[in-house]
Design a protein around this ligand. Structure first.
Ligand code: UDP
Length: 258
């Protein structure tokens, strides 16, 4: 879809569609680069929408479950407006993505740009960085190195992890659909972070211990997507179970961490 194609005449080669994913997504990254995170979500999205408008290209923006903040309802449907602290440390990511959604809808309504918004929930898979900072990468790296697994807080906060191939399938279906309102893409199978740590220990056969560290500020207590819209509008359903997906990540990380 993204016909960047010939380097000599980019960006004026054929451009049918733009999938705008530019942004840090790991809390460790966006806490380290707060201003760049805000700029790419706001100015970056504005420029990308301007290009889509000029070239009459279809435009998809990658939003996030973080627009729901620390949600007070579960599971989170697209109709939920969220519970975000705008001035907390995570606000740089959450608010940039909320702004990106608002801007995308404004270009759709005011200029008729053919837009899509996907709200991506926690995703994992091979080719992530071992030091990415997110829970799956961190636990698998620590387990393979024989280091302690660092569970933040008591580990009773929940997440729902989607394997990358399922996510990509959902995003391409959304891109090919005619749906302008946001659609959640994520795997509704919810677990606590402590359970995830135990699962990683079991699947790696590691003798590492689990230790507890301070819970970061504004860490969401629960997160689970309602995927009725993805199911009915896109015929989409996640297929890869967590143990199978984690197995693939472990296999990949073993090639990096001996
Ligand atoms: N987490 C943890 N230990 C780590 C990294 C993350 O306990 O080394 C927790 C984190 O506090 C959060 C959950 O795991 O509750 C998921 O964090 P992640 O950074 O993967 O993504 P988030 O869902 O917070 O964006």
């Amino acid at each position: 879809y993204l016909a960047f194609a010939q380097e000599d005449n980019f960006p004026y080669a054929n451009l049918d569609g733009i999938l705008h994913f530019a942004s840090p997504a790991s809390p460790a990254d966006y806490l380290q680069h707060p201003i760049h995170t805000m700029k790419v979500g706001s100015l970056g999205t504005m420029h990308a929408l301007g290009l889509a408008k000029e070239r009459r290209a279809r435009f998809l923006t990658a939003s996030t479950s973080e627009v729901y903040g620390d949600p007070l309802v579960s599971p989170q449907t697209e109709a939920y407006w969220g519970n975000v602290n705008p001035v907390g440390p995570r606000g740089v990511y959450d608010e940039a993505k909320r702004y990106a959604e608002a801007l995308t809808m404004a270009y759709h309504r005011a200029h008729g740009v053919d837009t899509r918004i996907v709200r991506i929930f926690n995703t994992y898979g091979p080719r992530m960085r071992p030091n990415d900072g997110r829970a799956v990468c961190t636990f698998v790296s620590q387990a393979l190195r024989g280091e302690d697994l660092t569970v933040y807080g008591e580990g009773l906060q929940t997440r729902s992890f989607c394997y990358v191939d399922d996510l990509v399938d959902g995003i391409l279906r959304l891109f090919d659909s005619a749906e302008h309102d946001p659609v959640n893409i994520g795997n509704p199978e919810e677990i606590t972070i402590l359970q995830l740590a135990h699962e990683v220990l079991e699947l790696t056969g590691s003798k590492s211990r689990i230790v507890h560290r301070n819970l970061p500020q504004d860490d969401p207590k629960q997160r689970r997507p309602a995927i009725t819209r993805a199911r009915t509008l896109l015929g989409w359903e996640p297929r890869i179970r967590r143990r199978e997906g984690l197995g693939k990540v472990i296999e990949y990380f073993r090639t990096l961490i001996g």
